[in-house]
Ligand binder design. Structure first.
Ligand SMILES: C[S@@+](CC[C@H](N)C(=O)[O-])C[C@H]1O[C@@H](n2cnc3c(N)ncnc32)[C@H](O)[C@@H]1O
Length: 443
């Protein structure tokens, strides 16, 4: 049997600014939006499913009192230490083959003063993830050649070297300008479990044997030296996986940079969690983990530091085939507001109200005729928490967005209507209107 390493780390990583892990200050989380049409009272503090805008260090610290050891699976896809700033594509209907014509905005930055500051960032977050993870939970840390070797040593220290379950290599194709070395076309996903008692659903991730294996075993009884695979059931995948990158998967693409394929997350979630389990992604980007978790019947909490990422997830949830219920939160980060005011036309017929969005008063200085990406209405806005009851969302590659939303009131009297509009950059504004429904017309 393979000799497992002992529980204590046999090497530690040193860097200039390294210090002991200290718990950071918790962020004040503020509930901003509820997308829970039928059960909006059910949410207290931070209850799944939740989408949180803020730095994950303070956000994770703020979850600890309620959520310590509560996450069954954590997937982390942090910046990779590439030294690059990534742009997000926000244009519509563009020719993918002409990058010079793409309309872009700032996505996220992976630029550091030095590698030490990157390690400071990562080390603190990995410590918090360890604390949030259930005793039976698993962490998947997704990196590449830039930092994965260093992260491995950090994780050995935090989890113990004997808790490394797998080092998964995700291989893919794609263009590369490199001529002086082999093209760098794989990422590394380090999988650690918190204890020896962890979830691994081998049968949920079986894949067919490749055709040559099937042929060999079908043609000879003596193949495999006595080990006969169950060809019908398929095999548990090896620790190297091929999935195409999202750039090639037109239907999934949100425009958010370094978006991961759903197939990759599907395998991770199926293998290492059960329906109803709680999954966390604190570097959620466009929300691939959250979208797949939702589809597979898991609960989820996602966090990202940029408004654009959170807006992308918000749209992704609204555009999904099924009705998704979730809460969105902000930490005290100040989100740059827009100067724009939605221009609305309100048409009332008896107790039915139709709102028409005709534009924004001060369109962003840009040649785009229609900067609206998403708008939604809370037909009884309390001025504090926005309950999104009707939504109109532009599809990823669509030019048009529906500009009318309507609602039939069952109660007469004065109603405060909130209309929340987001532009391409993920900046939101709210307009508030008052509507009076006459008694005689309301029944
Ligand atoms: C590699 S991308 C994640 C992509 C994602 N897995 C997807 O499929 O779209 C890394 C993300 O981490 C976010 N991020 C970086 N530092 C962060 C921090 N301190 N707190 C929260 N999010 C952070 C970035 O804004 C970016 O969206």
């Amino acid at each position: 049997m393979e000799k497992r390493f002992k529980k204590e780390p046999f090497a530690t990583l040193q860097w200039g600014s390294r210090s002991q892990f200290r718990l950071p200050d918790a962020a004040q989380l503020r509930l901003v939006t509820l997308v829970t049409p039928n059960k909006d009272e059910a949410l207290n503090a931070v209850s799944p499913n939740s989408l949180i805008l803020g730095d994950n260090l303070q956000v994770m610290a703020s979850l600890l009192p309620e959520m310590e050891e509560k996450f069954d699976l954590l997937y982390a896809d942090p910046p990779f230490l590439t030294g690059k700033a990534y742009a997000a594509r926000i244009g519509r209907d563009e020719d993918s083959r002409r990058p010079s014509e793409w309309r872009t905005t700032n996505g996220y930055r992976d630029i550091w003063d030095d590698p030490a500051s990157y390690l400071d960032m990562l080390y603190a977050r990995l410590n918090l993830m360890y604390r949030l993870l259930a005793p039976t939970g698993s962490l998947y840390l997704h990196l590449d050649w830039h930092a994965s070797a260093y992260a491995r040593v950090l994780l050995d220290e935090i989890f113990g070297p004997d808790r490394l379950l797998n080092e998964i290599v995700w291989v893919y194709h794609g263009p590369s300008p490199i001529r002086s070395a082999f093209k760098r076309k794989h990422d590394t996903i380090l999988v650690y479990t918190k204890s020896n008692d962890y979830v691994f659903n081998a049968d949920a991730v079986r894949i067919p044997y490749n055709p040559s294996t099937v042929k060999t075993f079908n043609s000879s009884d003596r193949a495999g030296f006595g080990k006969v695979p169950d060809l019908k059931r398929g095999k548990v995948p090896e620790d190297w996986w091929y999935f195409p990158v999202v750039a090639r998967l037109h239907s999934e693409r949100t425009g958010y940079p370094t978006q991961k394929p759903e197939a990759l997350l599907e395998r991770i979630i199926l293998a290492s969690s059960n329906p109803g389990d709680l999954i966390g992604d604190f570097f959620c980007g466009s929300g691939t983990t959250l979208a797949v978790a939702e589809r597979l019947g898991r609960r989820w909490i996602g966090c990202d530091a940029t408004a654009l990422a959170i807006h992308t997830v918000y749209r992704r949830m609204h555009l999904s085939q099924t009705e998704v219920h979730f809460a969105s939160w902000q930490s005290e980060i100040k989100i740059p507001g827009t100067e724009e005011e939605p221009i609305l036309e309100i048409v009332k017929k008896r107790n039915t109200v139709e709102i028409r969005l005709t534009g924004l008063s001060k369109p962003i200085s840009d040649p785009f005729p229609d900067p609206i990406d998403l708008w939604e209405v809370d037909w009884d806005y309390d001025g504090n928490i926005f309950r999104s009851q009707s939504q109109s969302v532009r599809g990823w590659r669509e030019k048009e967005i529906g500009l009318k939303l309507s609602h039939t009131y069952s109660a007469s009297g004065k109603h405060k209507v909130g209309v929340r509009v987001a532009n391409l950059m993920g900046e939101y504004v709210i307009a508030i209107k008052e509507i009076f429904i006459e008694e005689s017309n309301s029944h």
